[in-house]
Design a protein around this ligand. Structure first.
Ligand SMILES: NC(=O)c1ccc[n+]([C@@H]2O[C@H](COP(=O)([O-])OP(=O)(O)OC[C@H]3O[C@@H](n4cnc5c(N)ncnc54)[C@H](O)[C@@H]3O)[C@@H](O)[C@H]2O)c1
Length: 419
């Protein structure tokens, strides 16, 4: 569907799931068995390795993850997203208590404005009150915001505790819970700087119970699909060239949240993310194939989502744009930049149609303050040495990092997503 009009630079050998240190284990057997049997993706990095378990009902057996991955733990402190139905959380924590572990709990109602050092500090104080020591566990139950804050508590309290991530949004399952990026936003006079404070701290296990997705609003569920599309735009170089076509072929099952389709969607996306992280755990790579590629669409997204007054037409005019929605806009902007720079052609319209079909925005209001957007991009942590870095698609399933393309392609890309 997409055509590439420029030759790609010489690139590293395509990474396959097995050779990149990532394995996907699947059960054999009937389709029904396949839908309900948990799957597992192993994440292997230079510093550690751990499993991402994916399946229905896993939250009820979270005590097994604690015993397996933190065998010396005596205490578990759960940092819980207030949006997750209480009965699910109560059951999970009861199971841990029944396994003779002491359990404490605190709650966060997540927004980007809450994802700041004050909240991190409050949560650190709760961990101290719970008398956690370094063998104990911080359990994150929630979406990406709670996972990022709880992960940072786990990274920083006593210089690092065991963290178990239980992502409960699609976005957190396919992206935020995997790879060890933790942190909070920095409040500045001109607004929030996204994820400006943080640490790399890998979890000891990730438990993705796909049944928790049932209580998401359609809008929150769909926001996660933007990160899945992002993965499909680079997955050709990381062992899954068919991810995009599989997602397109199964969009009805995905939107209907059929268990088998969800398990496949989450495990394939986690495998792509894990394959990227395996090559460049701490985003140090100056080469073409590192973790920076996961920032596709994000230089735009982080600037857009922290800009006051940006609105998308997703049913609720007054509610702020979600991270996944900003990523959707960022993907269109990155595709536009790629075409403008002559790297690809015929890419934008199919991408916009795909995003629109999945209920994601391709345009928004509130981007008129271009100076403020450019300033946010310069301050974004993806900028390096005063230059702004973008990731742009170069062919289907493949992307590259470019530095300082100049103001004109940036402005044109912003025009492409402006109402
Ligand atoms: N660490 C990383 O590598 C990484 C990667 C991608 C995104 N992120 C971060 O993730 C955040 C976005 O995460 P998100 O999209 O999950 O948004 P979010 O954390 O804001 O959650 C969205 C909403 O869903 C609610 N919710 C969560 N689970 C629920 C459930 N099971 N049922 C009903 N409601 C539920 C929450 O209360 C919230 O209102 C951003 O801050 C972004 O920067 C981090």
């Amino acid at each position: 569907m997409w055509s590439c009009t420029s030759s790609s630079p010489t690139r590293a050998r395509s990474t396959t799931l097995s050779s990149s240190g990532v394995t996907r284990q699947r059960s054999r057997g009937s389709e029904t068995e396949h839908m309900t049997t948990p799957r597992s993706v192993r994440v292997v990095t230079p510093s550690t390795e751990y499993d991402v378990r994916i399946g229905p009902g896993l939250l009820d057996t979270i005590y097994e993850a604690v015993i397996r991955s933190a065998p010396k733990a005596r205490r578990v402190h759960a940092i819980v997203d207030s949006g997750v139905p209480t009965e699910l959380v109560d059951r999970a924590l009861e199971g841990i208590r029944a396994a003779d572990l002491s359990v404490t709990r605190s709650e966060i109602t997540p927004t980007e404005r809450v994802k700041i050092t004050t909240t991190w500090h409050e949560q650190i104080a709760q961990a101290a009150a719970a008398r956690l020591d370094r063998s104990d566990v911080i359990l994150a139950i929630g979406g990406g915001i709670v996972g990022d804050i709880a992960g940072f508590v786990g990274a920083s309290y006593r210089r690092g505790l065991h963290v178990i991530q239980c992502p409960t949004t699609l976005l957190a399952m396919v992206d935020a819970s995997v790879g060890g990026k933790t942190g909070v936003n920095l409040e500045t006079e001109s607004g929030l700087l996204k994820n400006a404070i943080g640490a790399f701290h890998q979890p000891v296990e990730v438990v993705a119970d796909i049944e928790t997705l049932k209580s998401l609003t359609p809008r929150i569920f769909r926001a996660g699909l933007a990160e899945c599309i992002k993965h499909s735009m680079l997955s050709g170089d990381f062992g899954d060239a068919d991810l995009g076509s599989w997602m397109r072929d199964h969009s009805n099952e995905i939107l209907a949240q059929e268990a088998g389709a969800l398990a496949e969607l989450v495990s394939r996306n986690v495998a792509v993310k894990a394959a990227v992280v395996a090559t460049d755990e701490k985003e140090n790579s100056s080469g073409d194939m590192g973790r920076a590629l996961l920032n596709l669409g994000h230089t735009f997204a982080h600037a857009i989502e922290t800009l006051p007054g940006v609105r998308v037409h997703m049913g609720d005019e007054n509610s702020p744009i979600m991270h996944g929605e900003a990523v959707s806009l960022g993907l269109v902007a990155a595709a536009s930049m790629s075409e403008d720079l002559g790297k690809t052609s015929g890419l934008i319209e199919p991408l916009k149609t795909w995003l629109t079909d999945l209920g994601l925005p391709t345009r928004c209001k509130g981007l008129s303050d271009v100076d403020s957007i450019l300033e946010r991009m310069v301050h974004d942590k993806k900028a390096s040495g005063g230059t702004i870095r973008f990731v742009i698609p170069t062919s289907e399933g493949s992307c590259r990092v470019i530095e300082s393309p100049g103001d004109a392609p940036i402005l044109k890309a912003l025009e492409a997503i402006q109402v």
